[in-house]
Ligand binder design. Structure first.
Ligand code: ZN
Ligand code: ZN
Length: 372
């Protein structure tokens, strides 16, 4: 709709009836019962269908019955807010956080993971964009959902150069004069790239471990299965073999933060690293609650993901179709395409607002909203 004038001009040439540029048609399908946040795109039973034609900004609200409201009063049960600017419509993201707020949340999350509590991520309704066969460009930090299985894209590493530059400025170290040594290799040498850490409750002569020694230990401990183009690490709890303390997913040592997931990075490029966290009693991969998938594109440019044995990336969950989606590298970028999956491939909207395009579909709560 960016070139609305142009589009309308073209349409009026081909169609005899005039097209009203200012109008937007919204088709809402709402599932009447909670179905574990799953949308069965093939089964239309128990779905309420509604159509709205709008001409100005406003809100969609409601639970089972959706309403369009144009006034600016306090809205209860808001599904989605739509703004209009210069004949273009935008979806306003209620979950958008500016950088300052984000930092506070991250700090909170870090604090909570350290004390072993989970933080509720339910700040309003999340808006998911439905990915179709035409695909979407993936960026680090993106959250995608295959059926009900959620992945966070932690890292997209396409060549070795950019990664080396990054690690240069990653960690900071204080100058401790205390005589300390690594409990694995017994060396007391340390450097910025390989500091001595204290990730658990051990003290005395076994208090410290080298970053590199911890990485090696993690790789041995975590490696679960490996196919030609995909490595999967899964774990429920990782504990210190001596003090039995559970290593938190993120820990602080000498004023620098370390991340167990980051520590299991592979050595060959290009790859994409995505993390999943098992929430709400999902029975995934024999009860392992966290894990990472490392997708290797060194041999092929396209990897299939699904529940079938023939896919490159296997995700064992009933909500994932046999051949659900595919990742593809094109011009040093990674794209995700859906493959007519039953419960859909979704991409979390993280920006402040997103311009509505005809044919676009989003999912909010139990509603699937299409714009035409
Ligand atoms: Zn060591
Ligand atoms: Zn320990």
């Amino acid at each position: 709709m960016g070139n609305c004038q142009g589009q309308c001009y073209q349409k009026s040439l081909s169609q005899t009836n005039s097209v009203d540029c200012g109008k937007l048609m919204i088709l809402v399908k709402t599932w009447q019962k909670e179905a574990f946040s799953l949308f069965d795109y093939e089964n239309a039973a128990n779905v309420q269908e509604q159509k709205f034609t709008i001409n100005s900004e406003g809100y969609l609200r409601g639970r089972n019955q959706i309403e369009w409201i144009e006034n600016d009063s306090i809205i209860k049960d808001e599904v989605c807010k739509i703004k209009k600017k210069n004949e273009n419509y935008f979806i306003v993201n209620p979950n958008f956080q500016n950088v300052d707020k984000m930092q506070v949340i991250q700090e909170k999350e870090e604090f909570h993971t350290l004390v072993n509590k989970t933080v509720s991520d339910n700040i309003g309704n999340k808006i998911w964009k439905v990915i179709h066969e035409n695909g979407i460009l993936l960026e680090e930090g993106d959250v995608i959902k295959l059926g009900r299985v959620k992945f966070t894209i932690r890292q997209i590493a396409l060549d070795i150069k950019s990664q080396e530059q990054r690690s240069e400025c990653e960690s900071s170290l204080s100058n401790e004069s205390e005589q300390i040594m690594c409990r694995i290799c017994c060396s007391s040498q340390k450097s910025l790239k390989n500091p001595l850490l204290n990730p658990c409750k051990c003290c005395g002569s076994i208090k410290y471990i080298h970053l590199e020694c911890l990485k090696t230990w993690l790789r041995m401990k975590l490696e679960n299965r490996q196919s030609e183009n995909c490595i999967v690490y899964l774990w429920k709890n990782l504990e210190c073999e001596l003090c039995k303390f559970n290593y938190p997913p993120k820990f602080k040592s000498d004023d620098a933060y370390y991340d167990l997931i980051e520590l299991s990075k592979p050595n060959d490029y290009p790859y994409l690293m995505m993390e999943f966290t098992n929430k709400q009693g999902q029975q995934l991969e024999c009860n392992k609650s966290s894990g990472i998938y490392i997708l290797k594109f060194s041999n092929v440019l396209e990897l299939k993901v699904g529940r079938s044995n023939e896919t490159d990336i296997r995700v064992n969950d009933i909500s994932v179709s046999r051949n659900h989606a595919r990742f593809q590298v094109q011009d040093k970028k990674v794209y995700l395409f859906d493959n007519h999956s039953k419960f859909g491939t979704l991409h979390l909207i993280r920006s402040e607002k997103i311009q509505i395009q005809r044919g676009m579909e989003i999912q909010v709560g139990r509603s699937l909203i299409s714009f035409q």
